[in-house]
Ligand binder design. Structure first.
Ligand code: VGL
Ligand code: ZN
Length: 197
């Protein structure tokens, strides 16, 4: 039985000055670094979109960032262009420790977004993380990172539904919080059995 830290999307574009900046996103870097050594395994996720990704408002004529669109897999928020593969914005925050065991990239298929580290936004295409955790004997997951109400939220709910024991350290997360999305996320995580610490 082993315990992993999942560090979600602590990338330049989600930090102040980035394309989809989350307020205070950089404040969590040092305290995340400081707890890494207390876990058996550290896994980082990296939002990793091709240019022209379908989650970008710029890919849809007449649409602005933060509007909604209906995709074949369901409703999708449209974002500013962010975390484009190999761009500076897609890099991890320069002070984040990246000496963990695994870096899992997501959102790399043009036609579908992926908030969760486990499944793409169709809720069925797997990323492979479940198999990695199971074959490593990892049953406990602590999650930190950006953004609380999107990638942390969906990763935590999926992990809990897959049977992992999940804790989200709220102090080490920051939210986008559009239209009450943080409150919705917190409620959904609690309902799925996630511990919010
Ligand atoms: C995220 C919006 C778009 C996140 C990623 O990391 O929470 N949010 N892509
Ligand atoms: Zn994204």
């Amino acid at each position: 039985m082993s315990h992993a830290l999942l560090v979600i999307d602590v990338q330049n574009d989600f930090c102040p000055g980035g394309a989809l900046a989350v307020a205070g996103g950089d404040e969590i870097v040092a305290p995340i670094n400081a707890i890494m050594d207390t876990f058996d395994t550290v896994i980082l996720t990296q939002d990793w979109h091709p240019a022209g990704h379908s989650s970008f408002a710029s890919s849809h004529t007449g649409k602005a960032p933060f509007e909604m669109i209906d995709m074949p897999y369901g409703p999708q928020v449209l974002w500013p262009d962010h975390c484009v593969q190999s761009s500076a914005g897609a890099n991890f925050h320069p002070d984040l420790r990246t000496d963990g065991d695994l870096i899992i990239r997501k959102g790399f298929r043009s036609a579908i977004d992926s908030y969760s580290a486990f499944f793409e936004n169709d809720h069925s295409t797997p990323t492979g993380l479940k198999g990695y955790l199971e074959t490593r004997g990892i049953t406990q997951l602590t999650m930190v990172g950006l953004a609380t109400d999107f990638c942390v939220h969906y990763s935590a709910v999926d992990a809990a539904q897959l049977g992992f024991d999940v804790t989200v350290l709220s102090n080490l997360c920051r939210a986008i919080d559009m239209d009450g999305s943080l409150a919705v996320a917190e409620q959904a995580m609690r309902a799925a059995g996630v511990t919010l610490a």
